[in-house]
Design a protein around this ligand. Structure first.
Ligand code: HEC
Length: 256
């Protein structure tokens, strides 16, 4: 074999395969709407403030105003807390409480947060008066704020009930012991800070290919006879799978 032929054979793979040298930045990672960033720790973007939660809401803005008035807060006192006092609820509540509430109310809700050194009245939330409030009342306080307390409506409802469960533990009324204080120094992220929204549409609706629900041979014969009973069966299976997926995704995030 002469040198020319040998060079040609060596160059053959490069000539036959589509090998791009200059991609002009055409190939880039792209992120689809609501797709989480899989290669980073960054959670996907949450839903914007004031958007309609996919899980529904205990009290919509048209039912009870966002005004910071005692009567408005009282009107929410009857709302039932749908979130059981579990370890995960308390752990999540602690994150939100330490970030949002402890600056005024203190790590143990005793009314001794750092802001009280700068003129904020120290409101102790472990008094008999506040212990006697309903969960719905505290929900209303967080939603609307009152007096010098700003509204903390940005804490989404599912997380808000966790804050209430945590506050109840600090008050010693639900019999649970909880850890107090900040989880980590400022700037630490990861599992030390609240996760992404549980209300926003950041999980795409499940899609099922009808053929994938059938066995291989059934799918083949269904493909041959378009309106066969197999296809009808596939539709039934698809519907029940969809219903199951809906029930699964609703479980754990539904406000009962
Ligand atoms: C900027 C300071 C500040 C922050 C932060 C704050 N509060 Fe308050 N909170 C107050 C003040 C002041 C009052 C008293 C309001 C009044 O007298 O109308 C109050 C009152 C309350 C009450 C009513 C107590 C009662 O028995 O009527 C509850 C419940 C409460 N806060 C819970 C919370 C929770 C939960 C958070 C965190 C999401 C929080 N607060 C964050 C300042 C704050």
């Amino acid at each position: 074999m002469n040198a020319r032929k040998r060079a040609l054979i060596l160059a053959l793979p490069l000539m036959l395969t589509a090998c791009e040298w200059f991609t002009d930045f055409k190939r880039q990672p792209s992120i689809w709407t609501w797709e989480p960033l899989k290669d980073t720790l960054t959670p996907s973007r949450g839903n914007p403030q004031q958007s309609v939660p996919t899980t529904g809401t205990a009290v919509a803005g048209f039912q009870v105003s966002y005004g910071a008035f005692p009567a408005t807060i009282d009107s929410m006192a009857g709302i039932r807390n749908p979130t059981p006092v579990s370890d995960s609820s308390l752990a999540n509540g602690r994150k939100y409480f330490q970030i949002n509430c402890s600056v005024c109310h203190g790590e143990r809700a005793m009314g001794d947060g750092p802001a009280t050194k700068f003129g904020m009245p120290g409101i102790n939330l472990t008094t008999d008066m506040t212990k006697g409030r309903t969960d719905g009342y505290i929900f209303g306080m967080i939603r609307n704020g009152r007096g010098l307390m700003p509204p903390y409506n940005r804490i989404e409802e599912l997380d808000r009930w966790d804050v209430i469960n945590y506050l109840r533990a600090l008050q010693g009324v639900n019999g649970r012991q909880v850890e107090v204080g900040a989880l980590a120094p400022p700037g630490v992220t990861g599992d030390k800070v609240p996760g992404p929204t549980r209300m926003g549409p950041n999980v795409p609706a499940p899609f099922f290919k009808p053929r994938e629900l059938l066995s291989d041979s059934a799918a083949r014969s269904a493909a041959k006879v378009p309106d066969s009973s197999l296809l009808r069966e596939a539709r039934v299976r698809l519907d029940s799978a969809k219903a199951k997926a809906k029930a699964d995704s609703a479980r754990g995030i539904t406000i009962r």
